[in-house]
Design a protein around this ligand. Structure first.
Ligand code: ADP
Ligand code: ADP
Length: 237
């Protein structure tokens, strides 16, 4: 489970971008984080994966406090966090299989991924996951030959290759057409259940958030102003 306690973040000497934020996410839940641009949604995800340093507060992932790690520990901890991006962040000239394996390698020597020979179990696991999301037949295609929806599926498989304990998705459908967006949201929803994963999704499309997630967290000026069921959102929105 993810437990965030009294999280504050300010960049430099600016005002607080996250202010005394508290959030708990347990098990196979898909949580949408909504809020106007500048509300602090991305900063929140970046604090969790420690791309930015929280100013104060605690972020615990299954008991490990992510705010108290040295470099080496942080690198290992990041492997426990699967990331899915708006722009997919694939390496275009590598194949789907190579991109997917870079999840296994922990992203760090990304450009080396192509030179690695992968252990058979990693190849098997990759095929299994690629079949699950419908891209196994593209394993040897270059990433830039795929459509947006297919590319995002590669991103999802790459994240799952890490055997993550949580998935963070930053506007995962913002580059996709409405139909493909729904497919990706449905996919994330069913994977959360299958893999018993908490999934946090930053999303600006409130309609999609309501339809495809069980819980909505609404942010404004760095604070949580709503946390509940989509059906209860009306009054607060
Ligand atoms: P959202 O994802 O909800 O649009 P962000 O987390 O991106 O919100 O931004 C929250 C606030 O933090 C905004 O005022 C933004 O300008 C500011 N901010 C974001 N990133 C940085 C940064 N690297 N340096 C300084 N200010 C930043
Ligand atoms: P090219 O074949 O286009 O001349 P190189 O293979 O010589 O490119 O690599 C140029 C630089 O790009 C190198 O510094 C390398 O680290 C980086 N690089 C190579 N392949 C990748 C990749 N797949 N992803 C990210 N960076 C890469």
């Amino acid at each position: 489970m993810l437990r965030i306690t009294n999280l504050d973040k300010r960049y430099g000497n600016e005002k607080l971008v996250l202010s005394n934020l508290n959030l708990e996410v347990e098990g196979e839940a898909v949580v949408s984080i909504i809020g106007a641009s500048g509300a602090g949604k991305s900063t929140l995800l970046r604090c969790i994966n420690r791309l930015v340093e929280p100013t104060s507060g605690k972020i615990e992932l299954n008991g490990l406090d992510l705010t108290k790690l040295d470099r080496g520990e942080l690198r290992r901890a990041r492997r426990r966090i699967g990331m899915i991006f708006q722009g997919f962040n694939l390496v275009d000239r590598l194949t789907v299989m190579e991109n997917v394996q870079s999840g296994r390698l922990g992203y760090i020597p990304l450009w080396r991924a192509a030179m690695r020979r992968y252990p058979q179990e990693d190849i098997d696991r990759a095929f299994h996951l690629m079949e699950r999301v419908g891209i196994a037949h593209y394993a040897n295609k270059r990433a830039d030959e795929l459509s947006g929806g297919e590319r995002q599926r590669v991103g999802v498989v790459r994240a799952l290759m890490q055997e993550p304990e949580i998935l963070l998705a930053d506007e995962p459908t913002a580059s996709l057409d409405p139909k493909t967006s729904r497919q990706i949201m449905e996919l994330l929803q069913s994977l959360a259940v299958e893999f018993k994963l908490p999934v946090l999704i930053n999303i600006h499309n409130v309609v999609e958030a309501r339809e495809f997630t069980q819980r909505i967290v609404g942010m404004r000026f760095g604070r949580i102003i709503f946390d509940g069921l989509p059906s209860d959102l009306n009054e607060a929105a």
